[in-house]
Design a protein around this ligand. Structure first.
Ligand code: IPM
Ligand code: MG
Length: 356
């Protein structure tokens, strides 16, 4: 089988973690007899530096031709003062919009062996297995912006159909899980949230009557994520709330570096990226945790290529090296030996190769 996966390393640690994910994809290729084409393309600050565009046309073309896209991270202090339209993050938003990947799946299933890496008590983490579905191509991220010297405006708009399509993804996921959907909004203040709740209350009983439906205001959800994380199954929410809540939720898993994500449209095409950023403070030091990106590659194999066994082999390999005691700095206990990014990636690739 010949398949094209576009590799977009981006900026900062993005280049380091995607290199390890490519190693792992090559190991899968070998092990299972596939052929992956892995063309690389520029995005974010790297695109801006080389092509004066954070989402160069050539990158758009490569992504449009690929079955799936694997991305590292974008941004960094070097580009902090560039114009809004040229910011590295704008490149990522344009990519998400171009692929129409409106549903961003961010699973949070802490590995019990990493319980010590979380600031939360181990007893609270027991049984935590959350799937956050973040709306990714609408809301305040994509609304009109205005700026004068003394005032600034960001418009937040949602349409009924944008809300319906992401709710359907959340509902289908919950049907295959623990049958519960928590919808998060700010309907006591925001008009967009009142529409969100209204649409949710119409669609869920009609199309997913078998599921338990809970509504939470986003401020309360932020608290409940820490006080009763095990009660959540699928959480569905708008773009910005999902961005914020998933950084918070990553602490349940011990580190942002552990969390993968999949961004999906209505078809099989997907964009896969870790939830962390470009981490300028540790970039270029071979210190970053590649697990989030490697687990994103596993989601890619499963969701865009339909390669379930291959996906599971990657996830098992990650579990295996963690069980073997390998730790990057972000998940190590104080005083514990740490491995670097490249060694972590190589160990995971070797575990895939060695599995029966
Ligand atoms: C994320 C990131 C991005 C976002 C940034 C880099 C634009 O924080 O994927 O969560 O806000 O969506
Ligand atoms: Mg974020």
């Amino acid at each position: 089988m010949q398949t094209t996966i576009a590799i977009l390393p981006g900026d900062g640690i993005g280049t380091e973690v995607t290199r390890e994910a490519v190693k792992v994809l090559r190991a899968v290729e070998q092990k299972f007899g596939h052929q992956f084409e892995l063309p690389e393309a520029l995005i974010g600050g790297a695109g801006l530096d080389a092509e004066d565009d954070p989402f160069p046309q050539q990158t758009a073309d490569i992504c449009a031709d690929a079955t799936a896209v694997l991305l590292g991270a974008v941004g960094g202090p070097k580009w902090d003062s560039v114009a809004t339209e040229k910011r590295p993050e704008k490149g990522l938003l344009r990519l998400r919009a171009a692929l129409d990947v409106f549903a961003n799946l961010r699973p949070v299933a802490p590995h019990p062996i990493l319980a010590d890496a979380s600031p939360l008590r181990a007893d609270l983490l027991q049984g935590v297995d959350i799937m956050v579905v973040r709306e990714l191509t609408g809301g305040i991220y994509f609304g009109e912006k205005e700026r004068t010297a003394d005032s600034a405006t960001d418009v937040c708009t949602y349409t009924r159909s944008e809300i319906e399509r992401v709710l359907r993804i959340a509902g289908k996921l919950a049907q295959g899980r623990r049958q519960k959907v928590t919808s998060v909004d700010k309907s006591n203040v925001l008009e967009t949230s009142r529409l969100w709740r209204e649409v949710t209350n119409e669609l869920m009983p009609r199309e997913f009557g078998d599921l338990e439906l809970e509504h939470l205001l986003v401020d309360a959800a932020a608290m409940h994520l820490l006080s009763r994380p095990a009660d959540f199954d699928v959480i569905v929410t708008e773009n910005m709330f999902g961005d914020i809540l998933t950084d918070e939720a990553s602490m349940l898993a011990g580190s942002m570096g552990m969390l993968p994500s999949a961004s999906l449209n209505d078809g099989a095409r997907g964009l896969y990226e870790p939830i962390h950023g470009s981490a300028p403070d540790i970039a270029g030091q071979n210190k970053a945790n590649p697990c989030g990106t490697i687990l994103s590659a596993a989601m890619l194999l499963r969701l865009s290529l339909g390669l379930e066994e291959e996906a599971a082999s990657v996830e098992n390999a990650v579990n295996q090296v963690l069980s073997d005691g390998l730790r990057t700095g972000d998940i190590a206990k104080p005083g514990e030996a740490v491995v670097n990014t490249a060694d972590m990636g190589s160990a995971i690739a070797a575990a895939i190769d060695a599995a029966n």
